[in-house]
Ligand binder design. Structure first.
Ligand code: AMP
Length: 408
């Protein structure tokens, strides 16, 4: 047994997962939320039966507790209580390392990094670039280091995988001095997932990662697509922040920046209004009233014109990026879909690729519609480009990287 604990900390909640890296199986997971509110909620799930895939098939027990959780440190005490009460016992099998998801590693962190006081200072300093995320990630790191003072803690950055982008791909065509003094460039996000999926795809196909040109669509509530050449990210749709690129659940993705000037000048919106509009009130939600693709699908079936248009806009953007990345890569060997929408919405997958026959992409509609879980092919046997659905597992990827660093 090689237990590794993975922490994904937000400002008022954190998720955790305990994995046995001898088998890469999840032993327990949980969510501590509403930290700082009068009543917090802690959910702890223990997986009794070994499972084959990333999604555990048999739940032994989930216990939900409601109690005041004033801060992250108190949240970690609640988590430790849950392990003590419901197992597995961390006294008997303490984690050998703790991995932390950190959203922004700027241009400084290009690989998973052992957390030292200096690394914490650097993550804090990068809060300028990710004011909502990095302070929340740090709160989790501080609390976890107090709870597990004797094991290595490792930061795994969402941006790290994209540090291989060439200057041509990460540079915005704005005034160079302004960009340099404010560190304005494309960083890219969802890197842990893009890395996991591209490696899983290569392993599944039994082909060397270094030889493959891949496009990975991570389509969840947040969404991004990455062009990966020989295992290296060469282009990605999210940029300075996770707002750029694809249409998302509540985010607009790409938009002419002059729209913001117009809304500021003509609609009296200030910068916070615009931030809120583009990050929280746009995307599928802004177009059709729900950020959930299941609702959009139901709307399409009812003939709701807003839902139909939202879907068309969503798919139009996917196609535009698919074409762009085929061009950047000079063709692709593999195209993969992952995350909530990518794994569960055949209509999105076929919509994104149906015009790409000329580039060697042939979807097998029966395979695409199959309700199978797990990694699977959805292109025809004759298709020059292999199209896959690959369930992502960011926690497993963080645990792998954490173990790698803590053993180095
Ligand atoms: P994620 O951020 O990866 O958890 O993805 C969440 C999103 O996936 C939800 O907001 C839905 O839009 C989408 N989703 C989840 N399950 C399904 C499903 N069965 N069919 C279509 N979309 C789904």
């Amino acid at each position: 047994m090689i237990p590794v604990l993975v922490i994904n900390s937000g400002s008022s909640s954190f998720k955790y997962q305990l994995l046995d890296m001898a088998t890469e199986r999840t032993l327990a997971s949980g969510l501590v939320e509403r930290i700082g509110e009068p009543v917090g909620v802690a959910r702890h799930t223990v997986y009794a039966t070994p499972t084959d895939g990333p999604a555990p098939a048999f739940l032994d027990a989930t216990r939900t507790r409601e109690l005041p959780i004033p801060d992250h440190t108190a949240g970690f005490a609640v988590m430790l209580d849950a392990f003590a009460a419901d197992g597995p016992s961390l006294d008997e099998q303490p984690p050998v390392a703790v991995g932390h998801r950190v959203v922004h590693g700027g241009a400084r962190f290009f690989e998973p990094t052992l957390i030292t006081p200096l690394v914490e200072i650097n993550i804090d300093e990068l809060s300028v670039l990710a004011p909502l995320h990095n302070p929340a990630n740090l709160a989790g790191i501080h609390a976890a280091r107090r709870a597990f003072p004797d094991v290595p803690h490792v930061a795994v950055f969402d941006t790290a995988f994209h540090q291989t982008l060439a200057p041509a791909a990460y540079t915005y065509a704005i005034n160079a001095e302004v960009a340099a003094s404010h560190r304005i460039r494309r960083y890219g996000f969802h890197g842990t997932s893009h890395k996991f999926v591209s490696e899983a795809a290569a392993a599944f196909l039994g082909r060397p990662l270094g030889e493959l040109k891949q496009i990975v669509f991570h389509l969840g509530n947040g969404a991004s697509v990455t062009a990966i050449d020989g295992g290296r990210s060469i282009d990605t749709s999210m940029g300075f922040t996770p707002l750029e690129g694809l249409v998302m659940g509540t985010r607009s993705g790409d938009i002419d920046p002059a729209v913001l000037f117009q809304l500021q000048r003509r609609a009296g919106m200030d910068v916070d209004d615009l931030d809120d509009l583009l990050n929280k009130r746009s995307g599928l939600l802004g177009l059709a009233g729900s950020n959930d693709l299941r609702d959009i699908r139901a709307g399409i079936e009812r003939g709701d014109e807003r839902a139909i248009l939202a879907f068309q806009v969503y798919v139009h953007r996917l196609r535009a990026y698919a074409g762009a990345y085929l061009a950047q890569l000079g063709g692709a060997d593999v195209i993969s879909f992952t995350a909530g929408v990518g794994e569960n919405a055949p209509l999105v997958r076929s919509g994104a690729l149906e015009t790409l026959g000329f580039a060697g992409v042939e979807i097998d509609h029966e395979r695409n519609e199959s309700p199978d879980r797990g990694i699977r092919v959805i292109s025809t046997d004759a298709s020059p480009v292999t199209v896959l659905v690959v369930p992502t597992d960011e926690e497993l990827e963080i645990a792998r990287q954490t173990l790698g660093v803590s053993r180095a």
